[in-house]
Design a protein around this ligand. Structure first.
Ligand SMILES: [Zn+2]
Length: 253
């Protein structure tokens, strides 16, 4: 990376919420379980920017249901795939390390299903619970992924999740079932260290787990990635724990 740039990375929230509201309840003849409804998270952008200082919330959740974060079921394995084309040399071991780091922080089990060639796009995300696919992580560009298309030039990557909701025996249940992470192959960063692809991948994986940006600038989930941060920070870890195994299993729609 060009160290003369002296740029810090802004992890900006971009795009609009594309969720589909659950259908209103029917007063009579409501089935015990309605068809799960899919919701897509905000596409999350990672960009270059200026340093900032803030002492706000250490972590935040993307979506809540009855005051609790919507998250994966941490009691079953999360499958993932790596997009090989476009990745920097040596990227796969780095991504595996980031996945292992987030798996440990959440108490979840991640299973690598192998490399593939599909570009990470919104189209990768399932539209129903019948076509759930592994989390896809990889490098691409604005010409091949809607997640990067139209983003500011400084954006490094974008994450989007899909969660489903339904009513089961009169109770609303919801869970994240899929995620896609698109990293911009036209950007040049070191694989690890301060302001690196490793830091960006950890940041994006935390979004994939259901965390939103932190308001505290000393966290990796802050919208501006501060120079010197090479790993998840205390607030990031607290947030990840709350969407992980220690919060209990989740009934999946
Ligand atoms: Zn972000």
């Amino acid at each position: 990376m060009d160290m003369t740039r002296r740029l810090l990375l802004v992890l900006a929230v971009l795009g609009v919420l594309a969720s589909i509201a659950p259908a209103p309840g029917v007063a009579t003849a409501t089935p015990a379980t309605s068809a799960p409804v899919v919701h897509l998270s905000h596409p999350d952008g990672v960009a270059a920017g200026a340093k900032a200082s803030s002492s706000g919330a250490l972590y935040r959740f993307q979506s809540l249901l009855a005051g609790k974060p919507i998250r994966w079921n941490p009691c079953t394995p999360i499958h993932w795939r790596f997009r090989a084309p476009g990745a920097p040399a040596g990227a796969l071991p780095m991504v595996k390390k980031a996945v292992a780091r987030v798996a440990k922080a959440t108490g979840t089990t991640w299973v690598y299903d192998g490399a593939m060639w599909s570009a990470p796009t919104t189209a990768w995300l399932p539209t129903s619970t019948k076509n759930i696919r592994p989390v896809l992580i990889g490098w691409t560009d604005a010409a091949h992924s809607d997640l990067l298309k139209g983003q500011p030039k400084a954006v490094l990557g974008v994450t989007r999740t899909a969660w489903f909701s339904t009513t089961r025996d009169g109770k609303q249940v919801a869970a994240i079932r899929a995620a896609v992470i698109a990293l911009d192959q036209t950007d040049r960063l070191p694989l690890t260290g301060s302001v690196s692809w490793y830091g960006v991948t950890l940041h994006e994986l935390a979004h994939a787990m259901g965390l939103d940006h932190a308001a505290n600038s000393r966290q990796l989930l802050y919208p501006i990635l501060q120079r010197g941060l090479t790993d998840l920070q205390s607030g990031d870890l607290q947030g990840l724990a709350k969407v992980g195994r220690q919060a209990g299993c989740v009934t999946v729609p």
